[in-house]
Ligand binder design. Sequence first.
Ligand code: SS9
Ligand code: ZN
Length: 672
Amino acid sequence: MKMGTALVYDEEMTKYKLLWVDPACKIEVPERLTVSHEALVKAGLADRCVAVPVREATDADILLVHSEEYLEAVKKTPYMTLEDLKEFTLQYGDVYFHPNIYHCAKLAAGAALQLVDSVVTGKVRNGMALVRPPGHHSMRSAANGFCVFNNVAIAAQYAKQKYGMKRVLIVDWDVHHGQGVQSCFEDDPNVLYFSWHRYEHQRFWPQLRDSDYDCVGKEKGAGFNINVPWNKVGMKNGDYLSVFCHVLLPIAYEFSPDLVLVCAGFDSAIGDPEGEMCASPDIFAHLTHLLMNLAGGKVCAVLEGGYNLTSLHQSVCQTVQTLLGDPAPRPADLDGPCTSALESLHCVRSAHRQYWSCLKHAAELPSSEISTKCIKLEEEEEEKQQHQKKEEEEKEAWPEPLKRLTPPVRTAVVLPDGVVCPDGCERFSPSEDLNILNKVRENFLKGPDDSDALTTLSSLTALVEKMEKNEICNGLALVRDVSTARMCVVQHAATAHRNRVLMVCVGDAVVPSPGTDDGKTLLVQFSNTESEEQKGKFHIPVCLKKGCSDVSGFTLAVLGLLLPLGYEYDPSLVLLVRTPGSGLCDAAWQQLTGLLQGLAQGHTLVLMQEGEKACVGPTASSLLGVAAPSLGKLPAPLPEDVQALERLRHRLQADWKLLQTTAPETAGGEEK
Ligand code: SS9
Ligand code: ZN
């Protein structure tokens, strides 16, 4: 398994610019690339990547998406006079031409293809291409929105044709709708296109009716086009994450792509003059991380927009650092989604419920027509003014993302003597700290002569301490008595008063869980038995009919329930406990382990019972950052499981805002 990250870049793509006055185009400047690249160099990230050269896309490559007439027309631009260029430009919207842009556009598309080549042939695991001009707005026969050739659309067609990729997922997190990509794949069920975009009830550029949530694709491609319109500016981290958890990820896992392409525009980040959104640059670490266990980790990010140079380079660094495998920072101040975002979520989920089994029980479209088409103009104008006031205060002022410090040790293991330490892990040596030894002896030992347990438990305690100090990222322990071990860890971790532990248990716990009502631990337990214990905000039993053995139901529970809970709870440690007979297959377990590492800065401690020896290898590999194997195209989950999950989410919504998927006025409209 190759682990590298490709960086595809060439300075040549900075060598064109706007040659006349055009307010619509003046933000698309060469510095967008230089600043992004320099930031990667300065942060030491460029050096850690595999530098992959660009190439020119060939005519044949370009014709995968564009018409011959259009290509021939663009080919003439290098020879045009300034006046001719201006006139040529006039036939298209919000774009400009330059004598060198044809060359750069060929390099931009070629860069995307070089990236696909490197990832698909296994030279690297994933990568990013820093390119200009961007691509997602350009149509079969038209330049548009700073875009000349549709880099990502060409890359998707190329991957299908050259490598026989059956299913390609395109995630367009740019703040504009990539209508060029949409129109290219509208009727293609093998390319799933997801885009969120500033829409404001069709008043925002490019002001297309076809960007709304009810454009779901055509003919065979119906259901394979997902539009999430943002009808307000100022969307935040919580809005973005909830769309990932409740729309994109469940559908993406059901789709099971062979390759993930990202239209990586960063005009959706705070400070951008086009997007006017408020998501922080480090949210891109999470968006990236959440995609990295799809398609066996084959993620290719290709730059699109991003017009605030500061926010742009910060976001690019977050994305690349995550692709490199460094743990994501803790997402700060996550609010639940705002009302407008909830309306969008509700609309998109209901528009797609007939196509995706994971959404089968999503609420139907609100009959009251809160839908995007209903424009409450006056009300909105007023709100907009208020918002502007608030924005002026907040604008241009967001904290620089903290430096992401990677612990010297990635994965430490506590294993019985006979079990070999997996490659890449470090065996954790037993603690000699007397303090710890005494504490463990007092609290957890059954008999005075239980020296094995003393060693294990004190090692675990010391390991947690090192994770707290960020000297070790994550850990794995095979223990004889998983219940005592987890109690010991929780008790230790919870003594520091600012710490919160997210405890995730799969399979049935042997002993009652420790008291979990003080908020210092959040317990989420997956099993097939309805728990007798009292349920509360911090104890969440997830009962699936076949326990964890139905992969579809389990995945849905992880994406739509566990992740949002985890993000909102924001633990400093994740304790993942697996008891024998959980019924969970390796691939699903690895997905869980991989996804959870987006929380708590990657501080995950996995506890398994001694008998689960066979699982040590797969677990270690996920903890080391290897992408989990794909689960394959998921069959429909059991209807009773989907319903049970909807009910559970519903019950918990008052306490956990990230579980909401409908706007307050219509909450309760979920189908039974
Ligand atoms: C300027 C309008 C610019 C075009 C934006 C294209 C973005 C491509 N106020 N509209 S990512
Ligand atoms: Zn954009």
